[in-house]
Design a protein around this ligand. Sequence first.
Ligand code: 5AD
Length: 482
Amino acid sequence: MPSVFIKTYGCQMNERDSEAVAAQLVAKGYTLAPSEAAADVILLNTCGVRDFAERKAIGKMQNIAADVRKNRPDVVLGFLGCMAQSRGQELIDRLPDVDLVLGTQKFHHAADYLDEILAGRRDKIVDVAAEPGSEATIREHLLYGNVARNGDGHRPPLQVTAFVSIMQGCNQYCTFCIVPYTRGEERSRGIADIVAECRQLVSQGVKEITLLGQIVTSYGKRGGSSREAKVDGREPENFLPSTLDSRPSTTKSPFVQLLDAVHEIEGLERIRFTAPHPKGYGDDLIEAYARLPKLVESAHLPVQSGSDRVLKLMHRGYTRERFLGIVKKLRGARSDIGITTDIIVGFPGETEDDFEQTLSLAREVQFDNAYIFKYSPRRDTPAAGMPGQVPLKIREERNHRLLETINEIGRRKYDLFIGRRTQILVEGPSKKNPARMTGRTRCNKIVVFDHAGREHRGQLLDVKITRAGSFTLYGDPAIVNL
Ligand code: 5AD
C-alpha cells in the first residue's frame, strides 16, 4: 500500500484535521511515512491566518515538487485545509505539479480522492465546496502516534491526551480574520456524538481531552445538530435556542452543557478547550471553572489589543474593561488559573498610544504567556482596506517590545513555581532529551523531569519544581512522588 506523509501548518485544529486524515488513510491500509523523502503521497495541511504561513507552505511545496518530479514522478502532491479552501484551483494554476486541493469541509474525502488519483482514474482534483454535516466528520483518531506498526507488530505506546473537534467555523467576523471565509459558518456537532467520541478515547487510555473549535464558546448557538442532541438518550436540560445571549446566570449555555456532559465521563482526568472568545465567558462558564474539578485551571483568552479604539475597529465585541472583568472573575473562581492570550500588533490605525495600552494591559493581567502576531493583511477582510496601515518596521518594533514585556512577566510567573509541588500528567519522553519525561501542569505549563519511566505515561504525578527555564519548568528527580 502507498505511504503518506502529512505536514501540518498552523493551529491545533489543523493538527487535529491532519490526524483524522492520517487515521482515515491508515484504516484504508496506507502506511505513514516518517518523512517526505520516503512517501508516495505528500500532503501539506495549510494555514491561511497570516501571509507568512501561506508563503511557507507554498515555498515548501515548490521545493518538494522540484525534487519529487525529478526523481520520483509518481508521487502524489496535495494541499489541504485553510489555504486550499481560500485559493482552490489557483494553487494548481500556480503549481501544476499539485494533484489534489482539498478544502476544510472535505477532509473525510481524502482517502477516496487519493485512491482515484493513485489508480489513475482521475488526474487533478480540486474540491473546496461546502458540505452540510462536515462538522461531524473529523472523528477518527490515531492514538498510536505518527509511525507505522513495526514489522514485529509492535506499536508505539498510547497517547494520553487527545483533541476532539466540537464545531467548525466562526461567525464573529473580526475585521482582520480570514477564518470565517476558510472555515465557513459556525456548525456544531451534537453533545451525544462528542461524548461518545470522548468515551471511546478514554476507554483507550486517554486521560486529557481538549475540545476544539474556532470559537468554542459559541458552541451550539447556530446551525448543526447540537440543538437536538441527546445525552445517553436523554434530552439535555436547558438546551438553549440560538440567540439567548442575555440569559440569566442560572441557565447554561450549550457549551457549558457540553462541558458538564464530558465531565461525567469516568476515567477522564482533565478537560481543556480552545479557542474561546472572551465575550463567551458568561457567568455560567466562570461557574463551571469553580464547579467542575476536571476542567483544568487554564484559559487561553485572545485579547488582541488593549485599546478600546482598536478593539472596536477589530470588531471584537468587548472592551478592555470587560476583558479585565473576565480575568478577575476567573481568578476569583480559580486563583491559580494560567491565562494565555493572542495579541496582534500594528493593526491598521494602531497608534503608539494604542500600543502602549496593549503593553499596559499585558502588565495588568500578568499573562502566563502570549502569542504575538504582527498584523498581516488578508484578502477580502475589511481591515486589509482600512486606512492607516502600519509600516512593517513599526510592526516589528512593537512586536519586539511586547515580546520583551511578555517574556519578563512570564519569567517571573514561572519562577513562582520553584519550590512548589505541582500535579502533572505524564505525556511521554521529552522531545529534546528522550531520556527525560515530560508532562503538563493543570495550568498548562510544560514540566520536564527525570526519574520516571515510560510506564508512568498517563499517570498523574506530583513533582517538585526545582528550576524554571524559558516557558518550561523542571522537576527534581529525587522528589518525584512515585
Ligand atoms: N494578522 C495577524 N494575526 C492574525 N491573527 C488572526 N488573523 C491575523 C492577521 N490577519 C492572529 C490572532 C488570532 C490568532 C490565531 O492569529 O491573534 O487569535
